[in-house]
Design a protein around this ligand. Sequence first.
Ligand SMILES: [Cu+2]
Length: 161
Amino acid sequence: MRHIALFLGAGCCLAVSAASAADYKAGSLDISDPWSRATPKGASVAAGYMSIKNSGSSPDRLVEGSSDVASKFEVHEMKMENGVAKMRPVKGGLEIKPGETVELKAGSLHVMFVGLKKPLSAGEHFKATLVFEKAGPVSVEYDVRAMGARSGGSMPGMHEH
Ligand SMILES: [Cu+2]
């Protein structure tokens, strides 16, 4: 029992340290901390990040989505090719295997809001809907953070869109 208590204690403190992080549950999925980066004036795309945990016993997939801020929602992966970071849409939906946590983060998998209707400024929030094959549609809110938020700086390959 003592081990369980310690474990819960650690979980509690982690949650407190990430004070603004939002958490959403849908079926066996747990979507944590959706956030986006502020964009320069005139940008036509913005990236979105979050982590998705599947605590169920069958795989699920992020198949589509939409948001208030852009005309299209895509899931991209980033690969290094000859030293250049290139991104491309993930085909057939983003799979989240049972027991796995898929991290969408800078320089890796990310959501791409394509056809931005206006620049995103730090401190804003916007609504988006994530659609999963099994868990169905989930409404989330993205937290817009400053351009230099977390590591990675500006997103390589961003201007290739
Ligand atoms: Cu992208």
